[in-house]
Design a protein around this ligand. Sequence first.
Ligand code: AMP
Ligand code: GLY
Length: 425
Amino acid sequence: MKLLLIGSGGREHALAWALAKSPKLTKLYAAPGNAGIAEVAELCNLDTADHQAVVGFCRDHDIDFVVVGPEAPLVAGLVDDLEAASLKAFGPSKAAAQLEGSKAFTKGVCDEADIPTAGYGRFDTAEDALAYVREQGAPIVVKADGLAAGKGVVVAMTLREAEDAVTACFEGSFGEAGAEVVIEEFLDGEEASFFVLSDGTNALPLATAQDHKRAFDGDEGPNTGGMGAYSPAPVLTDALIAEVMRTIIEPTIATLAKRGTPFKGVLYAGLMIGENGPKLIEYNTRFGDPECQVMMMRLKSDLLELLLASAEGRLDQTTADWRDEAALTVVMAAKGYPGSYDKGTEIRGLETAATDDVAVFHAGTKRDGAQILANGGRVLNVTAVGATVREAQQRAYERIRGIDWPEGFCRSDIGWRAIARESEG
Ligand code: AMP
Ligand code: GLY
């Protein structure tokens, strides 16, 4: 099969690496890709926001299947436009991607299906939102309704912070995404992520993971897209996974099917595990980044076959097998990230080929002749497998010591929570 993969991050490099192992694959194209993806795919110069250009490329190159990595093209309806042109694609329709594209939409689904989640109010004026915040008090969570590149959420520990967040939203800090605001009850507990594939009707559990969102050691500093992750998440026991499937995932899939907008693709549930059981924090409608990198290291099954089964409605006849070991990834970012940072600095020490146990996935890189240059904030995902999270961590940091990139930084404590659990147990 000939495939086109859309995206350019570490998630897409991990997907490309796993897809390239499939015996079904004959040719992999990626748009726009990065220097790491170029090792397993042919990069194409294609404006992925121009859906008719993507359709044209697929026709010209006999593409059998399009895999969409990031959320923006999903929310923009790329899968709808491909399917309208009789092209097969992995990922949800525009209507189903509203689970990620609108926090108010997801809250509506939770209400309809009685899914456990934080109590909330939704507002389209600053005045009403401020009145609600003052009535509820802090801690409280303020969220821009739409896609805000992971920056639209403020967990306010004081009333003042909450008021400032509401004001910023309505003053246009998040553009269109902040025209409506969702204000939520603060949930206490441990966060974990759970990934499921759906074909619109069936839900196939994939794996669990946890990430580190803060920039610096000890989970301090500004929020980022994720500085590292590991899988599985020890907090999500088999009993909790069964509960999440029954109380959160299955009712969501059933509700979207009933509404006539079935969810196909990967559903990424952000969960809070507290005293009253698991609650849904939010949905994403794509693989996590960097969670995907650790999941792909653990996946034993053919990824292409799984993604096809989702697109073709055959997940009831499909299973996903995983290595029992833990996988952990450390993000190397450009100094200054998530604020401003330099691009174009050279990275050395990337020549060692990926193995089944250690792989360096590229996020923001580009090739310039023989050099690999940093080309983004999050730049590399150094990923390793081990019998325990601690062993995976040791292997990842050992690989990092072989990378020469003075302009980059990484956290030195990825996985600390799981490792602390391992030493207790
Ligand atoms: P989201 O973009 O919805 O994932 O929110 C970003 C982060 O904010 C989450 O990963 C949580 O750490 C935190 N968060 C979101 N909603 C809540 C909530 N209701 N209670 C506590 N923390 C939250
Ligand atoms: N690592 C968080 C995300 O992919 O949204």
